[in-house]
Design a protein around this ligand. Structure first.
Ligand code: NAI
Ligand SMILES: NCC(=O)COP(=O)(O)O
Length: 346
């Protein structure tokens, strides 16, 4: 079964219950022995799991428990901390009525981490538009988790999204904003803070003694000496000068089109990119099934599969569990690297 040294279960949120979160949680559990999976506690509605298991033709025992019972139960049953969704969920048909339960699962996962009852929170995908319709006031998990962390530790928390796969780690400096808002939002300060957090977490949670940061430009050819835009020279380059003065190995701004080929990737540990697609396209193209979305800068560990809700696959038996498995493994490794929730020590 799971790593015998695992002290705390991982808290796995249900995500959007109409998406593939329940499917991949069930499938991962069936492979727990073969994959030597870390034990997890599913936070969500057992009725949704049962009906999804029926659709997938799986006979899976569930056990309702709190975090304290999850590791012992995991070998024989899928441990669930019940969070009812309140309606009959149809696989592949998202409904705004489930938003409260989706959010509540995330809050519960964070709470368990901060109380030292779970080693990490692993989030299944949510449909952002459904949550917005339900009144959710954050672009995604990343910013919501930071807000929950801020309340717990009583100081500002800057979350940094990193997508990590077998070929590439990449961080978008700006995340879920319209492309037209990227340039106005970029600042030396934002780039410096993002790079500092990526550097610190790669060192402390990923065991990279001296992380090398390759920083992209914003414009084609990193601005071509100002002919194709000024942000590269006026904002990114000065930020890198400042970071190097602090002893951080950050270089660039690099033309983004030539920094992701195989030989270029050997020169760095993480690519710092200026916007969402600049970072996520190469990661998902190189390793869609094996990459993980991890939030750096938090006082607890959070990972997630790199993919979304894939509503068209829910209940069909064709969703692959690989990215969730990678997220569970990474969560355990990271929580072993920083076993004490920082809220307790703040
Ligand atoms: N962490 C999160 O909560 C994330 C949530 N999303 C949300 O997911 C929703 C759908 O987004 P899309 O852009 O369509 O991305 P998506 O990742 O759900 O789907 C993209 C393509 O990959 C396939 N796919 C995704 N996961 C798969 C898996 N495990 N096995 C096999 N095939 C898989 C889908 O069928 C589709 O063809 C959106 O509402 C978005 O906001 C997207 C990314 C991350
Ligand atoms: N494109 C990545 C994504 O949507 C995940 O965002 P988050 O919910 O982890 O903030």
């Amino acid at each position: 079964m799971s790593d015998s040294s695992q002290r705390l279960p991982l808290a796995l949120t249900q995500g959007d219950p109409a998406g593939i979160g329940p499917d991949i949680a069930l499938i991962a559990w069936t492979k727990r022995k073969a994959l030597n999976l870390p034990a997890f506690l599913y936070l969500g509605d057992p009725a949704v799991l049962k009906s999804r298991a029926r659709l997938l033709g799986l006979d899976i025992p569930l056990i309702e428990t709190d975090a304290s019972g999850a590791i012992a139960a995991f070998g024989n049953a899928l441990p669930v901390l019940p969070i009812p969704v309140g309606i009959d969920v149809v696989a592949g048909e998202p409904h705004v009525a489930t938003a409260r339960s989706t959010i509540s699962a995330i809050e519960t996962g964070v709470d368990l981490c901060l109380k030292g009852e779970a080693g990490a929170v692993v989030t299944n995908p949510v449909a952002k538009a459904i949550l917005y319709e339900g009144g959710f006031g954050f672009p995604g998990h990343t910013e919501f988790l930071a807000s929950l962390a801020e309340k717990a530790v009583g100081r500002p928390v800057i979350p940094v999204m990193m997508l990590a796969g077998s070929h590439l780690r990449a961080v978008p400096v700006t995340i879920h904003i319209p492309l037209k808002s990227v340039a106005p939002l970029l600042s030396e300060d934002l780039i410096i803070r993002t790079c500092r957090i990526a550097h610190a977490d790669l060192r402390d949670k990923f065991g990279i003694a001296e992380p090398r940061l390759a920083v992209s430009g914003l414009n084609p050819h990193a601005g071509e000496s100002g002919a194709m835009g000024n942000e590269d020279e006026d904002i990114i380059a000065p930020a890198l000068t400042m970071l190097r003065a602090e002893g951080i190995d950050a270089f660039g701004p690099l033309p983004a089109d030539t920094m992701f080929h195989e030989e270029a990737r050997r020169r760095y540990d993480v690519a710092i990119c200026m916007y969402h697609d600049q970072a996520l396209i190469p990661v998902k193209t190189l390793d869609f099934d094996g990459s993980v979305n991890v939030t750096l800068g938090l006082p607890f560990v959070r990972t997630s599969p790199d993919h979304g809700t894939a509503f068209g696959l829910a209940g069909q038996g064709i969703a692959r569990e690989n990215s969730l498995v990678a997220a569970l493994r990474m969560a355990l490794d990271m929580s072993n690297a920083s076993p004490t929730p920082r809220a307790e020590t703040a």
